[in-house]
Design a protein. Structure first.
Length: 274
């Protein structure tokens, strides 16, 4: 059963329809329908049955009277599966630059590789389907680079992305990469963004600023005699002074000697004989 959301109802759904058709067709029918290549292992008796199976899949993927009407123009003696596909492709495949955008958007947004073998096989089949469409479209290196840059555009420029996509409906090819990057720079200026305001860089800038502030506070604290730096210096000084006072108290004479008698402040004490 062909998924309803991926059925062909006009040019806008062709890209998604083609991707789903590649996935739906069995391996032995895929090259036959899409490329018109008959397997060398097929016998004359097998061809009609397999062609009929492929035609049923294609007809079941149509969800529009306009699309069905396109098939009425095909002569009855030419209603083979490859002929039906070629007719639909010629009639509904977009021939503007938006098709290139759609193809590469699916590539850049492709889901990550799963861990299990079974899920990986499904993932690989879907990935190769997208890759084959890109090869069939005969895309250029500029298409790869331009669509990759567009996929990395900041979310604040989503309106520009949509406008740029709509503009490509009247173009056969995507603009040069440098033209696209220049337009993005202009849009960033219009949006009032700077390096500090950019979401990708703001976190790094704030982190570096906080480090500089902490260093400055430590330096100021050391000069004022407070903070961790000052404490590290003051501690040894206090210990040194206490040691000197202890040594002095131990070395001072004890008892009633006249010459060495001193009061608590260290000044000589005058004694009188009565």
């Amino acid at each position: 059963m062909f998924p309803k959301h991926a059925r062909l109802d006009g040019p806008k759904s062709f890209t998604n329809w083609l991707c789903q058709l590649r996935l739906t067709l069995p391996n032995q029918l895929r090259s036959y329908v899409l490329d018109g290549v008959i397997s060398a292992t097929w016998t004359a008796e097998q061809l009609p049955a397999r062609d009929n199976a492929a035609r049923e899949i294609i007809v079941g993927s149509i969800d529009s009277a306009d699309v069905s009407a396109a098939l009425d123009a095909i002569p009855s003696d030419q209603l083979s599966a490859p002929c039906i596909f070629a007719t639909l492709k010629a009639r509904f495949a977009p021939d503007d630059a938006t098709r290139t955008l759609e193809l590469f958007a699916r590539l850049w947004d492709f889901k990550k590789m799963p861990a299990s073998v079974e899920a990986y096989n499904t993932w690989l089949r879907e990935y190769m389907s997208v890759a084959q469409e890109i090869r069939d479209a005969k895309t250029l290196l500029n298409d790869v680079l331009a669509t990759h840059v567009l996929a990395m555009v900041l979310s604040c420029l989503d309106s520009f992305r949509l406008t740029f996509t709509d503009e490509q409906r009247s173009q056969r090819e995507l603009p040069k990469l440098t033209m696209l990057t220049d337009r993005i720079r202009i849009q960033l200026r219009l949006a009032g963004l700077s390096i500090r305001q950019s979401p990708r860089l703001s976190g790094e800038v704030e982190s570096q600023t906080e480090v500089m502030r902490r260093e400055l506070r430590n330096k100021k604290g050391a000069r004022a005699g407070i903070g961790p730096a000052a404490g590290e210096i003051a501690g040894p000084l206090r210990q040194s002074r206490a040691s000197k006072q202890l040594r002095a108290s131990k070395s001072s004479p004890q008892g009633g000697g006249l010459a060495g008698s001193r009061n608590d402040r260290g000044a000589p004490v005058e004694l009188r004989v009565v």
